[in-house]
Each structure stands twice: as structure tokens, then as C-alpha cells.
Design a protein around this ligand. Structure first.
Ligand SMILES: Cc1cc2nc3c(=O)[nH]c(=O)nc-3n(C[C@H](O)[C@H](O)[C@H](O)COP(=O)(O)OP(=O)(O)OC[C@H]3O[C@@H](n4cnc5c(N)ncnc54)[C@H](O)[C@@H]3O)c2cc1C
Length: 458
């Protein structure tokens, strides 16, 4: 069978693939875009969008329960209709996917193939009965939940972030194994929906990439809402117990017996069944595709973008990968991955916005640094909103004034962080932030105040 020829093949319609297909098509190229499951990938279907839609429902429930604090009288207890929460979440994701599908359908030079793609050679890919060839191939295959081979895990009906999306009953007790970003968002939202929630983490603290003070504040935010948190859990194992699932850990501790168990133990790249060996594409020990600073693999004519290359694990890093590839290929603009500054948010409530280095990373770097901090209890806007948990922290280089990093854990933290992030991109010193006039009353308003009062980092 002869192969159908294209100028470019894009495998995976996640956060980079469709946008790149659009740019290539607009530049006059013929493009084959291949997707084996749902257009929009993880973010739209089982990641950011559905979880943030559910976080919004959880916030509404939480605020309603606190109505009396604000002088608002409800005529009865707050009820949660989980089916309606799910229906709202489904509408948000279905609408987004439909918009993407119709955008792709409108691209005349782009042919969408539905099915699992595998390389047959460095420029040939098979999708079902179709054989496609192109001189340029772009991988955007993303990742999936990691399910480590823990004792008993295959004897129990565990959930992952994907199967959570289909759950149509509210768990009476959700046991979340894992204490990082995805786990904590699920933990808090289900607690707010009315489930009993237990979090079990094997590391000594939650969100181990963050500074100790950030982890501690996050743990207390969750515990204040009645979530049980176990850190430093050893020997995690699973067994059926009656109608529930027992998660045992740390000899001597009583097991957590849940109606449902969510495994949120990291992600693995979708690279094991791509036929990468047939194309000669190199992967690292964890299966991530090895790419250079402009996202080229070791095989000329093959690029990898998004979660499958291990250079980021977010929608914005995947989309930024698309921008880097497009800039290099189409705009004669040599953008590169190392131009970007690490930034992300944790969408518990209040959210954590983060950019640049943590305090621990700054200390490890050995540079002389300054630090400034302020609790949300001293931020007018947080007090006015009745949401005073959390704090803000800014780090700067003591010699050059370079802003090194920032954490904003508090109301609007996911938005406020951009004020610092953009200054970092502009390479503006911390004195620029100190002299900026911010709008009152706002959480961001306190960032200049903190910048005016930096102390040597011990
Ligand atoms: C619960 C959860 C919440 C999250 N929340 C956030 C958040 O708030 N903010 C944020 O920035 N990030 C968040 N993320 C991470 C974010 O979803 C991912 O980083 C992002 O979706 C990665 O995009 P991608 O383009 O690399 O891959 P994906 O979106 O995973 O897309 C890859 C696509 O490739 C397809 N595919 C794979 N292999 C093949 C093949 N062989 N043939 C054909 N098609 C194939 C897949 O079906 C998929 O559609 C979250 C993730 C999860 C799980």
C-alpha cells in the first residue's frame, strides 16, 4: 500500500498539536493531524478544564456554607447535587471540545485521522489502515496517570484523574493517595462536595517541590476543612474491605477505609506504544522524548512538544512548546525552551501562584539573596473578603536586584503572581516592583510593599 504524502504530520491533538497544525496549514502546508481519543487531550477532557469547573462548584458550596459569616441568611442547609456538578463540568468540557473540533474541521489543508499512530520509519506513520508520510513529524502525545505496582493495587477498583471524570456518585469517603497538585485539588473539592476525605502521601510533606512554609500552610488549609492528611506514609498497600477499599500504610496506623480510592501518583509519558524505536527517536530512562532547546529530537525532521518531552507538565508549557516550534520554523525567530521562566498554580482555595525559584532553590544556588514575606491576615483585600489564609513571599538577588521567585498563596494568588512573572520576563529589578503603584484594594497591591522591605535571606 502506498503512503499518503503530507508536508507535516502532527500526532496528538492536545495543547500544542492543533495550534501547530493551524499555523502550518495557514502557511500553505498540507497537514495530517492524528488523535486516538478526544480532541483537546488531557487539559480539555480530564485535566485543567473539568477540574477547574468542579473547583468552581466546590467554591460555591464552601461560600454558601459560610453565608452567615457574611451576613447572608439561607433558608435551609446547603445541599450539593453531584449529578448537576458533573453535568456542568461535562458541558464546560464538551463545549470546549466541540469548538476545537469545528475549528479543526474548518482547516481545509488539515486532514484529521482518528486512531492510534505508530511510526513505521522516521518519516512514515501508520494509523489503522492508513499509511502516512511527511518530511516533518511533530509529536504531542501527552501523558497519563502513573499507576505504580503497589501491593494489592490491582485487586481494588481505584480511580485516576480520567475515571474520576465519569464518576456519577459522590463518594462517602474518598481516599486520595498522593499529596501533590492534582491530588490536593481533588481532595479539597470532594470535601467541599460533602465527602469524607483522607490524603495519604509517602513524602514527609505535601507538595514537596514547594518550600516548607508553603507546604505547611497548604496542609493547614486542607485540615481546617476537615480533610485528614497523613504524610510520611510507608508501605502503602490496598485491599478490599466489605464494600470499601482499605489503604494500609505505616505499620501500627489504622488503615483508611474509603468508598473510593483516587491514585494521583504522578504522570507517565505516552511514548511506550508509538514505535519510536522504528523511527530511531531517543527517549530517556523515564520514557520522555529527548529534545534540544528548540524541541528537535535526535532524528532530523521529528519534534516533540508538551508533556511527552518532559520539559514541562502544564498546558502553558505545552502551548509554549508550540509557539517555540512555530517561531523557529515559520517566523525565523529562534525562541527556545530555556527562555521561559517556571510558573504554575495549584488550584486549591485559596490558590497558590508560583514563579521562578523557591526559597530552597535560592539557598541551594549559594547566591546572596533577599526575602520579603507578608501573611494574608495583613492584606486588606483578603481581610475584606474573609479569606485570610496563606501568605506571599518574594525573593531577589542581593547583588543585582534580579527578582528570583515569588509565591502567592491566598485569594487570587493564581492571578496576582503574573505581576511578578512579567517583571521577571522584562528583567526588571525588584526596585521596579517596589516603586510600582498598584490598585487598591488588591492582593497584588501588597507586592510593592513587600519589595520595599526585603531582608537578607539567612
Ligand atoms: C487532573 C489534572 C489537572 C490539571 N490541571 C492543570 C492546570 O490547572 N493547569 C495546567 O497548566 N495544567 C494542568 N494539568 C496538566 C495539563 O493537563 C497537561 O500538562 C497538558 O494537557 C499537556 O498537554 P499535551 O499537549 O502535552 O498533551 P495532552 O493534552 O495529554 O494531549 C495528548 C494527546 O495525544 C493523544 N495521543 C497520545 N498518543 C497517541 C497516539 N499514539 N496516536 C494518536 N494520538 C495520541 C492523546 O489521546 C491526547 O489527546 C492537569 C492535569 C491533570 C491530569
Amino acid at each position: 500500500m502506498s503512503a499518503k504524502s503530507f508536508d507535516a504530520i502532527v500526532i496528538g491533538a492536545g495543547q500544542a498539536g492543533p495550534s501547530l497544525a493551524g499555523r502550518l496549514e495557514a502557511a500553505g502546508m498540507s497537514v495530517a493531524l492524528i488523535e486516538r481519543k478526544l480532541i483537546g487531550g488531557t487539559c480539555v477532557n480530564t485535566g485543567c478544564m473539568p477540574t477547574k469547573a468542579m473547583v468552581a462548584s466546590a467554591y460555591a458550596a464552601h461560600l454558601a456554607r459560610r453565608a452567615a459569616d457574611y451576613g447572608v441568611a439561607l433558608s435551609g442547609p446547603v445541599g450539593v447535587d453531584y449529578q448537576r456538578i458533573k453535568a456542568r463540568k461535562d458541558k464546560v468540557t464538551n463545549d470546549a471540545r466541540a469548538n476545537l473540533e469545528s475549528w479543526i474541521a474548518g482547516m481545509k489543508g488539515c486532514t484529521l485521522y482518528r486512531g492510534h499512530a505508530r511510526f513505521e520509519s522516521a518519516n512514515t506513520v501508520r494509523v489503522g489502515d492508513d499509511l502516512l508520510t511527511a518530511p516533518k513529524i511533530f509529536l504531542n502525545t501527552g501523558g497519563r496517570a502513573s499507576v505504580p505496582d503497589l501491593p494489592g493495587v490491582n485487586d481494588v477498583p481505584y480511580l485516576t484523574n480520567s475515571s474520576m471524570m465519569d464518576l456519577d456518585v459522590l463518594p462517602s469517603h474518598l481516599v486520595v493517595v498522593g499529596g501533590s497538585y492534582i491530588s490536593l485539588e481533588f481532595a479539597q473539592m470532594f470535601r467541599r462536595f460533602g465527602s469524607e476525605v483522607t490524603v495519604i502521601e509517602k513524602a514527609p510533606r505535601l507538595t514537596g517541590r514547594e518550600d516548607e512554609d508553603v507546604s505547611a500552610a497548604i496542609q493547614s488549609i486542607l485540615e481546617n476543612e476537615g480533610i485528614t492528611v497523613h504524610v510520611g506514609a510507608q508501605d502503602i498497600a490496598f485491599a478490599r474491605q466489605g464494600n470499601g477499599i482499605a489503604v494500609t500504610f505505616s505499620a501500627g496506623k489504622p488503615p483508611a477505609v474509603g468508598s473510593h480510592v483516587l491514585l494521583a501518583l504522578g504522570r507517565v509519558p505516552n511514548t511506550d506504544d508509538l514505535g519510536l524505536d522504528k523511527a530511531g527517536v531517543e527517549v530517556d530512562q523515564r520514557g520522555y522524548i529527548v529534545v534540544d532547546d528548540q524541541l528537535r529530537t535526535n532524528v532530523p525532521g521529528i519534534w516533540a512538544m508538551g508533556d511527552c518531552n518532559g520539559k514541562g507538565a502544564f498546558t502553558h508549557t505545552s502551548y509554549n512548546d508550540y509557539e517555540i516550534v512555530a517561531a523557529n520554523l515559520l517566523d525565523n525567530d529562534p525562541r527556545k525552551v530555556t527562555d521561559r521562566i517556571e510558573a504554575y498554580a495549584l488550584y486549591i482555595d485559596p490558590p497558590l501562584g508560583r514563579c521562578g525559584m523557591t526559597e530552597n532553590a535560592v539557598k541551594k544556588s549559594g547566591r546572596r539573596a533577599l526575602v520579603g514575606q507578608r501573611p494574608m491576615t495583613r492584606v486588606g483585600r483578603a481581610v475584606e473578603k474573609g479569606e485570610t489564609q496563606g501568605f506571599m513571599k518574594i525573593l531577589a538577588d542581593a547583588d543585582t536586584g534580579e527578582i528570583l521567585g515569588c509565591s502567592v498563596l491566598g485569594p487570587g494568588g493564581d492571578e496576582a503572581i503574573h505581576s511578578v512573572l512579567d517583571l521577571m520576563y522584562a528583567k526588571a529589578p525588584v526596585s521596579t516592583l517596589a516603586r510600582a503603584m498598584h490598585i487598591h484594594p488588591n492582593v497584588s497591591e501588597l507586592l510593592p510593599t513587600i519589595a520595599q522591605d526585603l531582608k537578607p535571606l539567612a
